[in-house]
Structures are given as C-alpha cells and as structure tokens.
Design a protein around this ligand. Structure first.
Ligand code: IPM
Ligand code: MN
Length: 355
C-alpha cells in the first residue's frame, strides 16, 4: 500500500525546497520499490491569499488522513502587517496544535566538510552532535490571554504548562537519550520562572525510570553560552517551546548554516510532520539558490520515524554527506575551495548519488 504524504509547501523558499525533497523521495521509491503518494495543500501566506485563512479546514483534514506531512516554511513581508489571526505563522502553530505535535526533535550534527562554513572555530565545533527536544504545543506560544490591554498601552502573553504536557516531552527526551549517548540536559529558568520549577521537579521525578541516563539541569542563559563555547558536552537537550525555538537557531551555527537543520514534530500517536528548522527566507525566495538539505534531511527523518524505513533514511543521509564531501556548496555554505551550486543542482547531485 502506498504511503500517503501530504506536502505543505507554504511560502518563500518553502515551495522551492519541498519539491527538492519530493525528487529525493521519488529516487528512494525507485531504488527500494516503495510507493509514495503525494498531495499538496495550502498553508500560511498562500492560504491567506487563496482561502482567506492561514490554515484551511481542508488542509487539516488532509493532514489527519495522511501517513506523514512534509512542510516547507511559512511567512513573508507581504503578510507582515496583517492582524495576528491572519498571519502565516498562525497556520503553522494551528497545524501543530491540530495534530497535537508536542515533540519537536531537532538534530544538530556538524559535517566534517562544513567546518569552514561556521563562524565558530573548527576546534570548538568539531565532533558536535546533539539533539534538541523542543516542547511544541504549550508555553508562551499558546497560553491565553495573549493580547493588548489598557487601550493598547499594556500587553500580556501567558506561559502555561500542565504536568501532563511536561511529562510527555520529558519522557520523549529520556527515551531519545537512551538511543544516543545517554546524557540529558534539561534547560530551564528555574531561578525565576514557576513553570521552570515544575519542569525541573518533573525531570527529577522521571530520573528513576531511566537509570541509564545521566541528567543535568542548566539555566537557559548559561545553556546559550555553553552551546557555542563547548557544544560537544551536549547529547540530548530538552526544553520548553520558546527556549527551544531560540536555542535551535543558535545551535544551527554549529552546522554552518540554518539551511542544514531538519526537524520532526511528533504526536503521541498519529501523523508526524517534518519540516526544516529554517523559515521562508524572503530575501532569497524565487532565486532558486536556497539550500534544500534541511528539507531533504527532514524527509529522511520522516522515513525513519513515520515509516520505519531506516535503510532508506540512511541512504539519503549518506548521499547528502557524500555530495558535501565532494565540496559542492549552496550559497549559504560556500567557500572558495568548493563548487557553488543552486537548489536544483544540489538536489540532482543528491538524487544521482542515491541512484
Ligand atoms: C520554528 C519557527 C516558528 C516557531 C515560527 C515560524 C512560528 O521559528 O519552527 O522554529 O517559532 O516555532
Ligand atoms: Mn524558530
């Protein structure tokens, strides 16, 4: 039976990179005799233009019926001045909530051949390999009230978590650590925030269930510093929604480019959504020069997590590494010893390597 994949290209470079991932999946389909069935739906700015809402019902329904969802990116200057419920980002937050995608896994792994692309010293980033487990459906992003008050002269955003919401993401992080180097860093702001105090208590309670995993607590400000001064000390990092958003962009510097960072957003059971950690990059949209690797590696994560196709996922990851080892670079990774390629050329190189 065919695996049903919903494509949500979205805006800006989202649409450019998602079709790169589709090409790669088609190469995998041929090589391994797997059947993938694709359908595309609107989300974000393009959905506002076509349907008057950033998240049409038919998009949500299609995702619910799918076996997995691939998402490009949302947003762009065209919609920046819209009222908040008509912003493209609302579509992304809405689909995360509608599918209950509470666990966002963002692996950050440096490639040997990309050490030059990072502004950090090679001796600092060499060997860094970590996984950020970001809570994705709670915290400041979803707490209510979130509004202007006092005729616009005051404002409130709300950070809420329930015990159950924290427990499930902490469990996911412990389980992820068990499959890796068995070290978990829980990042919080327990010296100030009540939500962080409960978070820390729950991590402490859970330790007994995972005796093979070592645990440390690090305050978010210190974690931000350690991430770029001594990144190899980390294995799995678990943290709440907003901290995870910020730290994952920061961590992308270890890989040389935000264009390298894939992610998986998972529900307790149900469909998974896979998207690059980068945004729609309006500054380079339409030029065909975006790095498709974050999206392609997100498709590999889909094969692994949603379809249990480990060999197929590994084949994609190996192909990406091989092409980078041959010194092909998109503009974001480029140095003068490499060969500059555009989105399409990078994709075809990866496809040919798979074939
Ligand atoms: C991300 C993005 C989103 C987020 C935006 C586009 C709403 O930055 O996936 O990291 O903040 O979660
Ligand atoms: Mn982000």
């Amino acid at each position: 039976m065919a695996n049903k994949i919903v494509l949500l290209p979205g805006d800006g470079i989202g649409a450019e990179v998602i079709y790169a991932a589709k090409d790669v999946l088609e190469a995998i389909s041929k090589k391994f005799g797997k059947e993938f069935e694709f359908s595309s739906h609107d989300i974000g700015g393009i959905a506002i233009d076509n349907h008057g809402t950033p998240l049409p019902d038919e998009t949500v329904e299609a995702c619910k019926k799918a076996d997995a969802v691939l998402l490009g990116a949302v947003g762009g200057p065209k919609w920046d001045n819209n009222p908040s419920d008509l912003r493209p980002e609302r579509g992304l937050l809405g689909i995360r909530k509608a599918l209950d995608l509470y666990a966002n896994l963002r692996p950050v792994k440096g490639f040997d051949k990309l050490l030059h692309a990072s502004p950090l010293r090679p001796d600092i980033i060499n060997g860094s390999d970590l996984l950020i487990v970001r809570e994705l459906t709670g915290g400041l992003y979803f707490g209510r009230p979130s509004e202007r008050q006092d005729n616009g002269n005051a404002v409130v955003d709300t950070l809420t978590y329930t015990r159950k919401e924290i427990e499930r993401i902490v469990d996911k992080a412990f389980q992820s650590a068990q499959l890796r180097k068995k070290h978990l860093t829980s990042v919080d702001k327990a010296n100030v925030l009540e939500s962080s105090k409960l978070w820390r208590e729950i991590v402490e309670e859970k330790k007994a269930q995972y005796p093979d995993v070592t645990v440390e607590h690090v305050l978010v400000d210190a974690a931000a510093m350690k991430l770029i001064t001594n990144p190899t000390q980390f294995d799995v990092i678990v943290t709440e929604n907003m901290f995870g958003d910020i730290l994952s962009d920061e961590a992308s510097v270890l890989t040389g480019s935000l264009g390298m960072l894939p992610s998986a957003s998972l529900a307790e059971d149900g469909v998974g959504l896979y998207e690059p950690a980068h945004g729609s990059a309006p500054d380079i949209a339409g030029k065909g020069i975006a790095n498709p690797i974050a999206m392609i590696l997100s498709a590999a994560m889909m094969l692994r997590y949603s379809f249990q196709m480990n060999e197929e996922a590994q084949t994609i990851e190996d192909a990406v590494e091989q092409v980078l080892n041959q010194n092909y670079h998109t503009a974001d990774l480029y140095n003068k010893n490499g060969e500059l390629v555009n989105t399409n050329e990078m994709t075809q190189l990866i496809v040919e390597t798979i074939e």
